[in-house]
Design a protein around this ligand. Structure first.
Ligand code: BTN
Length: 332
């Protein structure tokens, strides 16, 4: 932990109270001048630290930034997000995490950005990523899985996001998961997930699990083409969500989901996933990765995470990967 982080930790220990410079310098084993330097560096990062008469300091406000020192407060997850790379801006956190993974970054490494200039979505789409409003995070994972066992992890990530969104909304009723990777509120997309895999023969080498959640972006900021299809927590609740708090909750929830998956596969998550799965019986279109489109009625989710599609000719197909469009209308 850096000197500035230790100062922050001491100031947080006494919320609203003033810590004397003398105490801080003794506790940290540094000079008063060094304490002042660290306080100045924290101020430069947006922390409001008031100076009191006699040389004391009080933490008055923390910046709305996903800094590691904010995300890594106690209590902590067991393994997820212990190494955090925070970027003010980048093209895509998935690209950065992929590079770190190839350089050997450990399981659970997180890359968080305040802004993405080329946020990636599935099927070559882009992900709208305005600055300081939402969550854009990519995790490096090194699960012990064969290639065919990996796709359900994207469903697990959607489940974790769904739980956190539902918690914020006070219940799951308005939240649904559009198989495999979109989390919706009132049928509008609030989160997208992009998993990119690197294989070693038949095993997963590493995965990059990229998650974007629209937290505080106002609805009028969405580009015209998304405006009727996208939403945010702010648009739904009419108030801001604490981004640090949401991210920390997501890390805990995702860690628990990934641990459950490691122990019991997707089958261990299936019942909870189905709690958010409201597509059953809906008319859907599935675009496969080669551009072909199949229509039918959505069935259940199988033990391996594949989607059942009832075709108009009465046959049943299992969809392994694809992009689903819900046709208008409720469940029939
Ligand atoms: C989709 O909706 O098709 C998936 C969107 C995934 C967006 C996230 S934001 C963090 C991470 N970095 C990216 O470039 N993409 C993912």
């Amino acid at each position: 932990m850096s000197g500035a982080e230790r100062i922050l930790q001491s100031l947080r220990r006494e919320p609203g109270q003033t810590c004397s410079g003398e105490e801080l310098s003794k506790a940290l084993g540094v000079t008063r001048a060094q304490v002042w330097k660290h306080v100045e560096s924290l101020r430069g990062r947006g922390y409001e630290i008031e100076g009191a008469a006699g040389g004391g300091y009080r933490l008055a406000a923390v910046p709305d930034r996903l800094f590691p020192e904010e995300l890594l407060q106690e209590p902590q997850t067991r393994w997820l997000g212990h190494t955090i790379h925070h970027l003010e801006t980048t093209d895509s956190t998935n690209r950065v995490a992929g590079e770190l993974a190839r350089e050997g970054a450990p399981h659970g490494t997180a890359v968080v950005a305040e802004h993405q200039s080329a946020g990636r979505g599935r099927l070559g789409r882009s992900f709208f990523s305005p600055a300081h409003q939402n969550l854009y995070v990519s995790l490096v994972l090194r699960p012990e899985l064969s290639i065919s066992e990996a796709p359900p992890l994207i469903l697990g990530a959607a489940l974790a996001v769904g739980r956190c969104v539902a918690e914020r909304l006070g219940g799951p009723e308005r939240v649904s998961i559009k198989w495999p990777n979109d989390v919706l509120v009132d049928e509008r997309k609030i989160s997208g997930i992009l998993m990119e895999m690197s294989a070693e023969a038949t095993r997963v080498g590493h995965l990059v699990l990229g998650i974007g959640v629209n937290l505080n972006v106002p609805p009028e900021s969405f580009p015209e083409e998304f405006r009727t299809r996208a939403t945010s927590l702010a648009a739904t609740l009419g108030e801001k969500t604490d981004r640090v708090d949401f991210t920390r909750r997501l890390f805990f929830t995702l860690e628990a989901v990934l641990d459950e998956h490691a122990a019991g596969g997707f089958e261990a998550l299936r019942a909870d996933f189905e709690g958010f799965y409201r597509m059953r019986g809906r008319e859907i279109e599935v675009a496969d990765l080669d551009g072909g489109v199949r229509v039918g009625r959505a069935g259940g989710i199988c033990a391996d995470g594949t989607l059942e599609l009832h075709r108009p000719d009465g046959s049943l197909e299992r969809i392994v990967a694809g992009d689903v469009t819900l046709r208008p209308g409720g469940v029939s």
